[in-house]
Design a protein around this ligand. Structure first.
Ligand SMILES: Nc1ncnc2c1ncn2[C@@H]1O[C@H](COP(=O)(O)OP(=O)(O)OP(=O)(O)O)[C@@H](O)[C@H]1O
Length: 634
């Protein structure tokens, strides 16, 4: 209950008795959040003595669940490992849920828990209030704050052995992305449990903020040395000083919500943006800044395009909102020697002032390739500004690209704003889906590319711009020029050199691409077994690299820590290829046995919803043996 000292088990039991007998509430013993959950349970005709089913969603929906929560899983991976270490001796199982209460990933000491907790702590189990009554996770999500739910505070009598603490996880847009929970079966003192989950949630939020494609990320702290950065207020800003995202602590502290209304640096700080930024860039220590409220705090620059840590992240792309971070420079492979060769040529072309055109089906990695080239180019420390021409309404694209002057139109920001072309000055401009650019704008863009000068909407002054240009499209652009949808002169102007990104099914070294993706996803902790690589090679990949990334994200989430990915970890439609016996294998009795064995393991994994421990029990073998049997024979 809140952050105050927990009540004793006796006090909770007596308060529970009072509530269910006479409707009395004792807020000294039980958190009002728990009472509110009990009200909701009672009002939906739940009865405390009913039994509880911990139902996992169907296995084929598991991959969908993992995919829906990729952003959360990516950001939570490191903090969860840290939490796991912190609670290792305390017998806690750890759970990450999505906002609807589905168990997205399960860690910690699950095996050591009582059977009911083990049943609940399985990936895909629906732990929403609707399904299992009051839980710490559902209360934390409802209340938007950490909540502890101790034994009999759970609505159902059957759940009285769960002792849990959970905290909500907020995304930089202010939505609840999920909850982090620790649970054990013992009613031992749980000092620190609530603080620990709250801290873990703020580390995940820190990670999510750091993935925001911003020009600068600034933290504010009260004291110089006593706090870790993730305990601080965080602001993500664009080049022009607009606040594009804040963490939850900042949202509470300032009351601002950049998703609902636009705020500039100067609305919060009693100083100019450009000057503060340049001071922060030069400073070795946190810098004292005054807020407009008069309060002084210490500011640090934790993310910044000019620093190596941020060079890899493309900026906010208008029309597409916030993007997932891109692959680290060293680890990018495109899975085909022809593409690798063209990368070097493409780089030379760019560095000689010529534009590059990337062609490829959707999801083939045009965006990844563009930012990869930027990072390898001489302009790596300057901005990489991406704009998705297909995703912005036609009415906004002009102001997005060219910017506008003060009062250029109703709703125009005070002081005007720089467009993407200006923002890219010194760096790289990436015009994604250029084939979808309205014809009316193509002429203006062509003029800028020829003169290298921009004029903001509502203005007259011309401003020189200097950027390297990369364009991309999935359209057949030559056909678009023939039909008049794309200006031929613009096509020539953007096409200094073309790199075609083959569909995944045609890449000659898919394994290299898959391994580099897996390395990023698992922080280098696991590889790909030969059998899994074979399964990947047999799939058609209609969704290209995006689909591959999703499949590997799923596999990485369900595989036990530290082991290589096998076909059993891949989404069913991909891993299932392996149950199709390869001809050579079935030629021999040994091959037939191997195939039958794989099929039996596959079925057991299906029936246990991917729970390896349960599958091993069903097959009458140990988990270690099951993993060994899943390993491909070399
Ligand atoms: N070489 C690669 N290494 C790692 N991840 C990759 C690679 N190529 C693509 N991806 C991943 O695949 C997904 C799609 O990539 P990307 O957005 O670059 O494709 P795209 O061709 O620009 O797609 P669209 O045309 O739909 O915009 C992203 O999640 C990206 O991280």
């Amino acid at each position: 209950m809140g952050q105050s000292a927990p009540a004793s088990l006796e006090d909770i039991l007596s308060a529970r008795h009072d509530y269910f007998e006479s409707g009395n509430e004792d807020h000294r013993a039980i958190d009002p959040a728990v009472y509110r959950s009990w009200h909701r349970c009672v009002s939906t005709a739940k009865r405390t003595h009913e039994s509880v089913e911990f139902e996992p969603i169907r296995r084929d929906r598991l991959s969908e669940l993992v995919l829906r929560n990729t952003r959360l899983l990516d950001a939570a991976r490191g903090p969860l490992s840290e939490l796991e270490k912190a609670v290792a001796g305390a017998g806690y199982a750890i759970l990450l849920t999505d906002p609807e209460g589905h168990a997205v990933t399960v860690r910690g000491d699950v095996e050591g828990q009582q059977p009911l907790i083990r049943q609940a702590f399985r990936q895909g189990v629906n732990l929403s209030e609707e399904a299992v009554g009051t839980t710490a996770m559902s209360c934390a999500v409802y209340e938007r704050r950490p909540v502890r739910v101790f034994g009999p505070e759970h609505f159902y009598n059957a759940n009285g052995l769960f002792h849990c603490a959970a905290a909500p996880i907020f995304d930089p847009e202010g939505g609840v992305l999920g909850a982090i929970d620790i649970t054990r079966g013992a009613s031992r003192p749980d000092f620190g449990a609530l603080t620990l989950v709250a801290r873990c949630a703020s580390v995940i939020e820190f990670d999510l903020m750091m993935r925001t494609p911003a020009a600068a990320i600034i933290t504010l702290a009260w004291q110089a040395h006593s706090m870790a950065p993730h305990a601080d207020l965080m602001f993500a800003l664009d080049e022009a000083g607009s606040i594009i995202a804040v963490n939850e602590a900042t949202r509470r502290f300032t009351g601002i919500d950049p998703v609902r209304a636009s705020f500039r640096f100067e609305d919060i700080f009693d100083a100019g943006y450009a000057q503060t930024l340049s001071t922060l860039r030069r400073a070795a220590h946190p810098v004292s800044v005054r807020l407009r409220s008069g309060i002084c705090m210490l500011a640090s620059l934790v993310g910044n395009v000019a620093s190596p840590a941020r060079q890899t992240a493309p900026r906010r792309s208008a029309g597409t909102g916030l993007r997932a971070p891109q692959a680290a420079l060293d680890e990018v492979s495109f899975g085909d020697p022809a593409i690798d060769k063209n990368l070097d040529v493409g780089l030379k072309v760019l560095e000689n002032g010529l534009p590059l055109l990337l062609l490829g089906e959707t999801g083939t990695g045009k965006d990844v390739l563009a930012s990869h080239l930027h990072r390898r180019s001489a302009r790596a420390s300057a901005p990489f500004v991406a704009i998705n021409c297909a995703a912005i309404p036609e009415t906004l694209i002009e102001s997005e690209l060219f910017g506008y002057e003060d009062g250029a139109f109703t709703g125009a920001r005070r002081g005007g704003a720089a467009g993407k072309l200006e923002q890219a000055n010194g760096g790289t401009l990436f015009l994604d889906e250029i084939g979808d650019m309205p014809v009316s704008l193509q002429a203006r863009l062509l003029r800028v590319l020829e003169t290298r000068e921009v004029c903001r909407l509502g203005g007259t002054a011309m401003k020189a711009v200097d950027f390297q240009l990369i364009c991309a499209t999935h359209q057949n652009i030559e056909e678009a020029t023939r039909s008049g949808r794309f200006r031929l002169d613009l096509y020539y102007r953007i096409n200094g050199f073309t790199i075609s990104l083959l569909p995944l099914r045609s890449r000659r070294n898919l394994r290299a691409l898959a391994e580099s993706m897996l390395k990023q996803l698992s922080d280098g902790a696991r590889g790909l077994s030969d059998a899994a690589a074979d399964a990947l090679a047999r799939h058609d990949w209609p969704g290209n690299a995006r689909e591959l990334r999703h499949a590997l994200t799923y596999a990485n989430a369900i595989a036990a820590p530290g082991i290589d990915i096998t076909p059993a970890h891949l989404p069913q439609e991909i891993g299932a290829h392996m149950t199709r016996p390869a001809v050579a294998e079935t030629d021999t009795p040994c091959g037939v046995l191997k195939t039958l064995e794989r099929e039996a393991i596959g079925q057991a994994l299906d029936q246990s919803n991917g729970d390896v421990r349960q599958a091993a029990r069903m097959l009458g073998i140990s988990r270690a043996t099951l993993y060994r049997r899943l390993k491909p024979s070399r």
